[in-house]
Design a protein around this ligand. Structure first.
Ligand SMILES: [Ca+2]
Length: 494
């Protein structure tokens, strides 16, 4: 677990320093045309103070209504400064924590002074975006007139419904929170997300010397709304001087939040839409954080993109049911303007826009799963017996006349096989060879010498003649010839 966290942090660090993951997709040329390739992507870090909504509590905590005087820790007895909410030059409203300061004029929000001591001077500052963010660098809060001696940073993962303390700050952690003081750099990979109390940003070093309070997230990222609870103002390095409470108050001139929109690695842009930050989701995802698949693109459950493997990560694109192509292509692309997904280079004898069909000459193997490499099996139609090499969905080939069987490699009754099926010339039932002829493999009748014809139905004798007589004539001629020759051999030589 710790290794995973460390690795993820490293990836995030790399991702924030290298200009990677800026591209969600690109059109690449292939042998089969241009297709979109998708990549894990994320928006660039930005200063989120421009989009921040600030709310301060309790009511009346901001100074100037009614107008009041205050002094500073550096000049504790010259209490001539005035806060007046009705005078723009003397007002210190909350928005001065996020304004862009011009001409090096520092502007700041300021609270009422600690007149009611010993009642605590409490102030809550809620920072919200109505959008999940990921801090990409340290959060900086700049305090004028000294940093608080006690404060807490809370975070909310549910837009402010519930809060968890994220970091404690105190000049004396044991005294304020009964916690041992720690620094972020003391944390190791195993306890990197531990909630600590730090004394690093609360001790008095002079209000001009050190104004910043940091929340170090370079090593610890967060998704959040923030609640800054200011519990005790700067005391100027000493105890509370009850005779001069006008020097105790909070003043914040700037809150810097370097962060990026959390888009789950599915968007490279995050824009303000109707006053709210909105990821410009790619990879067929939708939602403010691209946290779900677009309607119809739910072939698999939604997944955030991944930084791994380097350098491009994994987009984990949402796909519509057919377009996962059951793993038969890794080159499927979503075409925006047609709102379709199309695949090229279908493998495993599949074809179709989504590799959802079997190639011609192949049929769906009913016993194989859709993602099985053997999902399409060859029809294997007999070339002689089939009309073509294609078959139907169950593997049956289309047979020529007389042929039968799944592969058309047999003949129906009345036909014989010889490089295909041909009608019987003769058989033992209907097409009987006549006149003593015998049927040879249904292909021909072998006739006696005196007959001819397909079924030996035709006599070789011409019609009307005595074919027997004709035969004896031939015989007697032969005998006569023999007899005339015989004496030459049989008679004794004289
Ligand atoms: Ca300011």
């Amino acid at each position: 677990m710790s290794l995973q966290i460390a690795l993820l942090l490293l990836m995030r660090y790399l991702a924030s320093t290298l200009a990677q993951y800026e591209l969600c997709k690109s059109l690449v040329s292939t042998d089969e045309g241009s297709v979109w390739e998708h990549y894990a992507c994320q928006p660039k870090p930005a200063s989120m103070k421009d989009y921040m909504r600030i709310k301060v509590d309790p009511p009346g905590i901001t100074c100037g209504n009614p107008p009041e005087r205050f002094c500073t820790l550096e000049n504790p007895y010259l209490c001539s400064d005035e806060c007046d909410a009705s005078n723009p030059d003397l007002a210190h409203p909350p928005q001065l924590m996020q304004d862009r300061e011009r001409n090096s004029l520092i502007t700041y929000w300021q609270t009422v002074t600690w007149r009611r001591h010993p009642e605590p001077l409490l102030a809550n500052i809620t920072l919200s975006w109505n959008k999940s963010l990921e801090l990409t660098d340290d959060l900086h809060i700049t305090f004028e007139y000294g940093r608080p001696t006690i404060m807490v940073l809370d975070k909310s993962m549910d837009h402010g419904r519930s809060w968890q303390s994220y970091q404690y700050y105190a000049d004396d952690c044991l005294d304020a929170f009964n916690m041992q003081p720690k620094r972020v750099q003391d944390l190791t990979a195993t306890n990197i997300t531990k909630v600590i109390c730090t004394e690093q940003y609360s001790r008095w070093v002079g209000s001009k010397n050190e104004k910043n309070v940091k929340f170090e997230v370079r090593a610890r990222f967060a998704v959040f709304d923030n609640l800054l609870r200011l519990l005790r103002p700067s005391l100027g390095g000493t105890y509370v001087q009850r005779d001069n409470l006008l020097k105790y108050f909070y003043a914040i001139s700037n809150i810097d939040i370097p962060a990026r929109c959390k888009c789950n690695l599915h968007a490279s842009q995050c824009l303000l839409v109707d006053g709210n930050l909105q990821c410009q989701c790619e990879h067929n995802t939708t939602g403010q954080d691209c946290e779900r698949c677009k309607k119809g693109f739910k072939a698999k459950s939604w997944k955030a993109g991944s930084y791994l493997p380097t350098p491009n990560g994994t987009p984990n694109t949402c796909t519509y049911p057919k377009s996962i192509c059951y793993g038969h292509s890794n080159r499927c692309s979503y075409i925006d303007y047609l709102n379709i997904v199309t695949c090229v280079s279908c493998k495993h004898n599949t074809r179709g826009q989504n590799c959802q069909h079997c190639r011609l000459g192949y049929y769906r193997n009913a016993t194989a799963e859709l993602d099985d490499e053997s999902v399409c099996v060859e029809c294997n139609c007999n070339q002689m017996g089939s009309v073509h090499d294609r078959c139907n969905g169950t593997g049956f080939c289309q047979c020529k006349e007389g042929a039968s069987g799944v592969k058309c490699d047999e003949c129906v009754s009345g036909y014989y096989w010889k490089q295909g099926c041909y009608p019987n010339v003769c058989d033992e039932e209907m097409l009987l060879c006549q006149n003593g002829g015998t049927c040879y493999q249904n292909q021909k009748c072998i006739c006696p010498p005196e007959f001819k014809g397909v079924l030996c139905q035709q006599s070789r004798c011409e019609a009307g003649k005595d074919c027997n007589g004709a035969s004896s004539v031939h015989l007697s001629t032969a005998l006569l010839l023999l007899c005339t020759l015989l004496p030459t051999y049989l008679l004794p030589r004289q």
